[in-house]
Design a protein around this ligand. Structure first.
Ligand code: HEC
Length: 285
């Protein structure tokens, strides 16, 4: 009989069944949405992790992310995706270097390049035992690391050379990221006596098989102290001893060769001669 099936259910029960159907539909839709979005999110994450896309939009150094910004995974930094513009007009260093200040017209007091290089050579120059101790900054996976190490300047080419035991953290950093920064400074005494020298550079590691290696050790690096040549040695014995020592260290040590890209020196002495206290040298490309 038509309608008997229906008659079994009261109106209330019918409503409950309809609600159930609606609920199941909603639930299915929700599952579908979650599944799809989950897939999108996973695909997005994998793509970003594998290779963050450099996007064309450059940002200012002072930019901040807002709520609309795509999510940033831990370990990524702004430079992975954006080119960062350092605003030439507003940064403090640019002001010190070139801007109009109470004592100076714009660009007044900028040292001629050759004179600045003479100062650079006086402060961080010197070969062999006259090598200088720097703090070297390296970075891997956006985690910076600073290490104290000796470097010798080739003053003509503006290249720094260091001598490093294999298997150290900083060398792993340089292998994955050649951009380094170094700093040499005198302990701050007072506002009448201060000096520091900040460097940006690009590093390569030279191992003992390279032909440059021997020349750099012999001409520049202060290795003789480590060789402990006996005082009684004749010049010929001394040569033999050093040669043997050099053969030994080739296996265990890398030489780092750091081309200075930019050097900024702050030296209060500059002021005495009418120059700005902050001066900068940049390698011409
Ligand atoms: C994984 C890549 C990635 C990282 C890391 C990242 N961004 Fe972005 N950023 C983007 C994308 C993609 C956009 C959107 C571009 C668009 O909408 O066209 C964007 C947009 C922006 C914008 C808006 C630009 C404009 O002019 O509208 C700003 C500002 C910004 N990001 C700042 C930052 C800052 C600051 C950091 C570091 C804390 C950062 N971003 C890290 C990918 C990234």
């Amino acid at each position: 009989m038509v309608g008997t099936e229906d008659a079994k259910y009261s109106n209330k029960e019918k409503k409950d069944v309809q609600k159930g159907v609606i609920f199941i539909r909603m639930f299915a839709t929700a599952v579908l949405v979650v599944a799809l979005c989950g897939a999108c999110m996973t695909a997005g994450q994998v793509a970003v992790k594998a290779e963050p896309q450099k996007i064309s939009q450059s940002i200012k150094a002072a930019a901040e992310v807002d709520n609309n910004h795509p999510p940033i995974e831990p370990g990524f930094s702004c430079v992975d995706c954006h080119e960062i513009k350092v605003d030439a007009e507003t940064t403090a260093t640019q002001n010190w270097l070139y801007a109009e200040t109470p004592g100076k017209e714009a660009n007044e007091g900028v040292m001629p390049e050759e004179l600045l290089l003479q100062h650079v050579r006086r402060v961080i120059g010197g070969i062999k035992m006259e090598s200088k101790t720097f703090v070297l900054g390296t970075s891997m996976n956006n985690r910076p690391l600073t290490t104290t190490a000796e470097f010798t300047l080739d003053p003509e080419k503006m290249i720094l050379y260091g001598f490093h035991e294999k298997g150290t953290e900083k060398l792993n950093h340089i292998k994955t990221n050649p951009y380094v920064s170094l700093n040499y400074h005198k302990e701050f005494e007072s506002f009448d006596v201060f000096l520091c020298c900040q460097i940006l550079g690009t590093a390569v590691l030279i191992d003992g098989t390279g032909p440059e290696y021997e020349r750099i050790i012999i001409d520049l690096l202060p290795y003789e102290d480590g060789a402990r040549v006996p005082e009684s040695a004749t010049p010929q014995q001394r040569e033999e001893h050093l040669k043997k020592f050099r053969r030994g260290i080739k296996k265990g040590f890398y030489i780092s060769k750091i081309a200075i890209d930019r050097l900024t020196m702050i030296n209060i002495d500059f002021v005495k001669n009418g120059y700005r206290r902050v001066q900068r040298w940049e390698r011409k490309r």
